[in-house]
Design a protein around this ligand. Structure first.
Ligand code: NAD
Ligand code: LMR
Length: 340
């Protein structure tokens, strides 16, 4: 029988009566990595999280011991890299965040990570389908455009697929879209809200500037802005010079998305986040997954918002996005069919 190597503290939530909904176990798979560590730390600081389960193929218990000293009420457990360790980490989780896998090096596309990360995500998805079939699954591992369909196929094969509970985390694109616009306009990013739709790589990332308040960039400034949002990840990869990709900003983005889901599951209404989900928006064009604004609720996806009114140029960006997205999605689906 497996027992968590380390369990620290007790869990209780101030100001809430005890109920299943209020006790939120959150698991992080890949918790000892560049994203996993700061993400786990931010989750430890979130009072909605009552139990934090940290799993990695190496170093999970060490990260758990360290984070457990932070004086918030949640318990933190680190798990051994064994099938039973993984199962225990997942069991009873309301949220499962997956940043496990290799990051890019300069010169690589996210799709270049497919060969390594597809099987990592497939295997973790298999474990989640068995141990936590009702959890919200948040996929961070790249290429997100393919790893989300991989997870869906695994859940379908296990007979437990619920499209309302699977999310590709694209929050970082929205964070960047806001920050980069504030830099162009010299404003507070808190006031800059730019919807970003499509997928999570290069031209599949489509910022809809026409839908943000008072952003009338034009000409080269507009072109540069769109390109920076689409290729913001490359900026970090280049600057890190072989040491990986965005980790800290991604941890912030992942923690924001987790908080939104927990908030919505605890009954807060009107929580809207952009995320890459099984979406009806472009199914007629053979694109089964698409990121757009999604209202979250106790059952996960509550409402998928259409893209809305866009400019002619933005429509062209969406058309280009759909071509790549369709191929990325198919690649993920085919992978699971060929490597079940
Ligand atoms: P990293 O190498 O620093 O960390 C990855 C961690 O995953 C490591 O600790 C490793 O031991 C662990 N791991 C590998 N295989 C595992 C398995 N089978 N089970 C459990 N853990 C396993 O990488 P990182 O910088 O944290 O990036 C992780 C992934 O997130 C990459 O694929 C990266 O491209 C992606 N990413 C996505 C976004 C996004 O916006 N969605 C942003 C940044 C990075
Ligand atoms: C990002 O957008 O920063 C991530 O997808 C990591 C990467 O490879 O760029």
């Amino acid at each position: 029988m497996f027992a968590p190597r380390q369990v620290f503290g007790t869990f209780q939530r101030r100001g809430f009566s005890a109920s299943a909904r209020q006790a939120s176990k959150v698991a992080v798979l890949g918790a000892a990595g560049g994203i996993g560590q700061p993400l786990s730390l931010l989750l430890k600081l979130n009072p909605r999280v009552t139990q934090l389960a940290l799993y990695d193929i190496r170093g999970g218990p060490g990260v758990a011991a360290d984070i457990s000293h932070v004086n918030t009420k949640s318990t933190v457990s680190g798990y051994d890299p064994t099938p039973s360790g993984l199962r225990e980490a997942l069991k009873g989780s309301e949220l499962v965040l997956i940043p496990a896998g290799v990051p890019r090096k300069p010169g690589m596309t996210r799709d270049d990570l497919f060969n390594t990360n597809a099987s990592i995500v497939r295997d973790l998805a298999k474990a989640a389908a068995e141990a936590s079939p009702d959890a919200n699954i948040l996929i961070i591992s790249n290429p997100v455009n393919s790893t989300v369909p991989i997870t869906a196929e695994v859940f379908k094969a296990a007979g437990v697929y619920n499209p309302r509970r699977l999310f590709g985390v694209t929050t970082l694109d929205v964070v960047r879209a806001s920050r980069f616009l504030s830099q162009v306009k010299n404003t507070d990013p808190a006031n800059e809200n730019v919807p970003v739709v499509g997928g999570h790589s290069g031209v599949t990332i489509v910022p809809l500037l026409s839908q943000s308040n008072g952003a009338d960039l034009s000409g080269q400034t507009y072109e540069d802005y769109v390109k920076r949002v689409q290729f913001g990840g490359d900026e970090v990869v280049k600057a890190k010079d072989g040491a990986g990709s965005a980790t800290l900003s991604m941890a912030m983005a992942g923690a924001r998305f987790a908080e939104s889901l927990l908030k919505a599951s605890q009954g807060v209404k009107g929580v809207i986040e952009p995320t890459f989900v099984d979406s009806p928006l472009y199914k007629d064009q053979g694109v089964d997954y698409f990121a757009s604004n999604v209202e979250l609720g106790p059952n996960g996806v509550e409402k998928i918002y259409p893209v809305g009114k866009v400019t002619e140029h933005e429509q062209k960006l969406i058309d280009t996005c759909l071509v790549d997205l369709k191929k990325n999605i198919q690649k993920g689906v085919d992978f699971v069919k060929q490597n079940p």
